[in-house]
Ligand binder design. Sequence first.
Ligand code: GDD
Ligand code: MN
Length: 394
Amino acid sequence: LQIPELPPNTVDAGSENILLSLVIPTYKERDNIKNVVSILSRLLDESILGDYELIVVDDDSPDRTWEVAESLTQEYRQLRVMRRQNERGLSSAVIRGWQGARGRVLGVIDGDLQHPPEVLSQLLGAIQKGADMAVASRHVDGGGVSKWSFFRRFLSRGAQLLGLIILPDVLGRVSDPMSGYFMVRRNSIAGVTLNPVGYKILLEVIGRGKVREIAEVGYVFCERVKGESKVTSKQYIDYIHHLVRLRLTTGRLGKISQRINFPVARFLRFGLVGLSGVVVDMTMLYLLSDPSTLALPLTRSKIIAGEIAIVNNFLWNDAWTFADVSSGQHEWGQWMKRFLKFNFICLVGLVLNVLVLNIVFNLIIQNRYIANLIAIAVATVWNFSVNLKLSWRV
Ligand code: GDD
Ligand code: MN
């Protein structure tokens, strides 16, 4: 998903010249939305010198938040409402809102009044003074959380520490990388492809955008009064997934991947799946051939074990390594076609594996384990590249 550039002549053309577009993502915020819109409008009317727009992006909330929001557009002229029926998720909601936004500065604020609106003018002020991004932070002067238990603080800091270890280049740049309350210049993210994974859109923007100077403004994260949080354990998993993905596709690794025109992150996933296949193969071989279990002949056991490992690898690769390609192509026929191609390519890979092992062992290194490692590497690269082009057609 990409944010478009503004046409260069918006001002001359006499069309709108909007300073700030503020996205309010909502899911089941029926009891909050009216308050949020009225408080934000009053504040922005008074404090900012320039036009603004408020964009509510609601994911078709069952409590009909979108309907309440739409009913407010009469009274609040700067309000627009996007009701999404085919997509869900906080990050993608924010990006979708920005895609439809017209402002030179793009911002986001929660729709549950946990983010104090007074901070908005300071955030905007920081950008007008030259920052590319301004982040509301709980961890600088003037910041904090209201009534969090020790355990909750611990979890929050733990998540931040984990992020710092996996992705220091991004998390090291701000004191509160979990913040969902910030603004960024459109120029800093226009034309950049943002992936809508997870809950933490700020990481994505810092990780992929062209953000140089970042300002921070302290704020106290208020308690929720109405409605409830949508955070579940899934968000923690998404978070780790997001960190790893950014680690592999941005920064130095991302650059290498681009320069050699090779999908390093995908290859690593493929390799990990391959390792899981080795475990499956070994386990099956044991269960089938060991004298204490089924005691089948070795060759027959190996053929069955190998085939089960291939099925295992296909399932993981289809659901994970190539998830972006196979999603939406789950029709039985398409799926079977991918599976048969994968199966065939891996069998050819096995033949290649045996060939390389013999060649390397007999002609290059008289060490069967090193020779085997080389053979496995060659077969893996073969399996990956050919499946990439033929089975998933990347
Ligand atoms: N459109 C849409 N789709 N909005 C969503 C979705 C979704 O799937 N999930 C949550 N939201 C909206 C909520 O309605 C709310 O306005 C906002 O996103 C934040 O969601 P909460 O569930 O209230 O999150 P929180 O308060 O626990 O978490 C917040 O933690 C940070 C501080 O650690 C974050 O989301 C941050 O914004 C916040 O700064
Ligand atoms: Mn909240």
